[in-house]
Design a protein around this ligand. Structure first.
Ligand code: NAP
Length: 338
């Protein structure tokens, strides 16, 4: 009987300070929930680690999703198997991706939890939270539509060795751009050039970043795909070409901030250089999965879009896995196998 099994659940017990999650998140044992009419009980197999979840651990009220109340489970995208279905469109054994919890089991309601049935084989399941999931669609639309990448553009991306940024860079290359990636170690920079086909890569922790971007992009940057905000955004703004575009995917450097965040200091360059700035948010385009995934799948199968999967085993190690996104210990997509 499923209902007699223990469900281990990560709950938010305090607001984290900075990127120290150890005291704020606690793994607690409770009874496995029972699905109500219209709901599914999902046995979680893979948890997607997403930088944006950090914002939901704060109290800010102007984010695109309300903060998680203290005591609530941590919400996140999961891949799992339907263990019990009380919804006519789903059967026991179906593999699904949905909004669930960092836990052994999740309750999902098909519409509210964005449940999608998966047709994948066991060995590429994690792709459904990578190339074939929200990060893939965000990278694709951020480059192709929101950023309007054009052949011949100089394209710059921050957090370039991470999940979203690495795909954005490869997609920009496929669109005919000259690609420059920013990453936090020399090894990551070497990886971007040798494995992912970036034309140039800059270690943003070394030297003056604005100067380094200027030498890699002497004619200016036409499209900057921003994942981090902060000082990196200022260095990018300084180097934008006239009429350049900034596609704001994420502002990771600010997610842990406890008060108002100053800057960007170079905001006046939006006027001087006649820039266009466009933010975008994946739930706005989840419905486009059937249109976008065949393109991404083809690129993956052709070997021109690659995404390393960095897997941590064990629900109890989730916080260690999650921290990698903020310490920069990851290359590619971070997942936890439950
Ligand atoms: N708009 C949307 O709908 C949407 C959807 C998905 C993701 N996103 C955004 O995409 C961005 C990347 O998310 P992800 O989940 O794919 O994570 P990720 O890129 O796989 O991992 C985050 C990376 O960011 C870098 N980083 C961390 N702190 C930094 C800082 N203060 N300054 C500069 N770089 C820093 C680290 O690499 P280094 O070694 O290079 O420092 C780290 O590996 C986030 O901003 C996220 O919110 C947005």
């Amino acid at each position: 009987m499923v209902s007699e099994q223990v469900n281990r659940v990560w709950r938010l017990r305090a607001r984290p300070t900075g990127n120290d999650f150890g005291d704020a998140l606690r793994l607690e044992e409770e009874k496995t929930p029972s699905p109500q009419d219209g709901e599914l009980l999902v046995k979680n197999r893979i948890l997607s680690m997403d930088s944006g979840t950090r914002m939901y651990m704060t109290e800010r009220e102007d984010s695109y999703q309300p903060g998680t109340p203290l005591g609530d489970p941590i919400l996140g995208t999961v891949i799992g198997e339907v263990a019990q279905s009380r919804h006519p469109a789903y059967a026991e054994g179906d593999l699904v991706r949905c909004y669930g919890n960092w836990s052994d089991w999740s309750i999902a309601t098909p519409l509210a939890s964005y449940v999608a049935k998966l047709d994948g084989q066991e060995n590429d399941l994690a792709d459904y939270v990578g190339i074939l999931g929200a990060n893939g669609w965000t990278a694709y639309l951020g480059v192709v539509e929101y950023g309007a990448a054009r052949a011949g553009d100089t394209f710059l991306v921050s957090a370039a060795a991470g999940c979203t940024g690495s795909m954005a860079g490869q997609i920009a290359k496929l669109a005919g751009c000259r690609t420059i990636g920013l990453a936090g170690t020399d090894d990551k920079c070497a990886f971007l050039k040798s494995e992912l086909g970036f034309d140039a890569a800059i270690n943003y922790r070394k030297g003056d970043l604005a100067t380094q971007i200027a030498s890699a992009a002497p004619d200016g940057v036409n499209l900057y795909f921003d994942n981090v905000g902060g000082d990196v955004l200022d260095a990018a703004l300084t180097n934008m070409a006239d009429f350049g575009r900034v596609a704001v995917c994420g502002l990771l450097a600010n997610y842990s901030a406890e008060g108002p965040v100053p800057g960007p200091y170079k905001f006046d360059l939006v006027l001087m250089k006649r820039l266009t700035i466009q933010g975008f948010f994946s739930p706005d385009f989840y419905h486009r999965e059937p249109e976008i995934n065949p393109i991404l799948r083809q690129w993956r199968d052709d070997g021109v879009l690659k995404l390393p999967i960095e897997e941590t085993a064990g629900l109890e190690n989730t916080v260690n896995a999650y921290s990698k996104l903020f310490t920069g210990a990851n290359i590619g997509k971070v997942v936890v196998r439950v």
